[in-house]
Design a protein around this ligand. Structure first.
Ligand code: ADP
Ligand code: MG
Length: 258
């Protein structure tokens, strides 16, 4: 069964139509990328899915059920979210932030048990953050925060991840590490991705947003062509299918280079 179906989702911030008749579907186990220029509506669409925003119209089903009729806890058992803003307002230790990922599995006032502590430790180890467990979250770098939030969503143990540019603070080593890691989990993923070469490497299919509308969709090699990239981003590029990855590799051309 198709896991996520978005049908004619509309959302506006006052006068700004940020999502217009967005239709999108994600099958079990797919890794789907959402790309588009700054301000094209990627975060808005994701926020409507993780219910930081409420659509003006449209329907969303998750595993055949109306997403908006699920309790927050029921949704959190299925959907893990890493949003674009990664600030938390209070002082927490890194391991406490990751332990919050366990809360959908617990009843109110349950304390963390041995299983929870093991899951939290493993999640931190996977992200190379084990030695940071006792650090204050407010006093670590943007890239480290991003890895902590990925560890939290892994500790949540859900099989569908919504990610909003999950690697935008990370150097190339950690970008590859995070995407490789998420890919190996084998879970269903819908991720806004800033970097087109990363989208090409990891996505099974890509949706392209422009001014709040989906303008293109398909496999990376269908979507990431020089013409499409020029139409959407206004930049010139060359692309070729890379001999080793079998995926499109994009080289952007600065002005003056013909
Ligand atoms: P993206 O994630 O693709 O960069 P966003 O979804 O953040 O795009 O933004 C889509 C549009 O909605 C942009 O025009 C942006 O300026 C506008 N927008 C985003 N957040 C708000 C907000 N809180 N209030 C008003 N307008 C907003
Ligand atoms: Mg965004």
């Amino acid at each position: 069964m198709t896991r996520l179906v978005i049908d004619k989702l509309n959302f506006s911030y006052g006068e700004t139509d940020a999502a217009r008749d967005v239709c999108l579907s994600v099958d079990r186990g797919e890794f789907i990328g959402l790309i588009g220029p700054n301000g094209s509506g990627k975060s808005t669409v994701l926020k409507n899915l993780y219910r930081a925003l409420t659509p003006d119209s449209g329907t969303v089903t998750l595993d055949g059920e109306n997403l908006f009729s699920l309790s927050h806890k029921a949704a959190a058992l299925k959907l893990g979210v890493v949003g674009q803003e990664n600030d938390v307002p209070f002082d927490f230790l890194v391991e406490e932030i990751v332990a919050m990922g366990r809360s959908p599995h617990k009843k109110l006032f349950d304390i963390d048990n041995g299983d929870d502590r093991r899951i939290v430790r493993h999640a931190l180890e996977h992200l190379g953050m084990a030695d940071m467990a006792k650090r204050n979250y407010l006093h670590i770098s943007g890239g480290e925060k991003q890895r902590v939030l990925i560890a939290r969503v892994i500790a949540q143990e859900c099989d569908f991840l919504l990610l909003d540019e999950p690697t935008n603070h990370l150097d190339i080593g950690y970008q590859l590490q995070i995407f490789d890691f998420v890919k190996r989990l084998g879970v269903t993923v819908l991720s806004a991705i800033h970097d087109l070469n990363m989208a090409a490497l990891y996505c099974d299919r890509i949706y392209v947003l422009k001014s709040g509308s989906i303008v293109l969709q398909g496999r990376p090699e269908e979507v990431l062509t020089p013409k499409n990239i020029f139409d959407v981003y206004g930049v010139r590029c060359d692309t070729h299918i890379h001999a080793k990855t079998g995926k499109p590799a994009i080289t952007f051309l600065p002005s003056g280079v013909e």
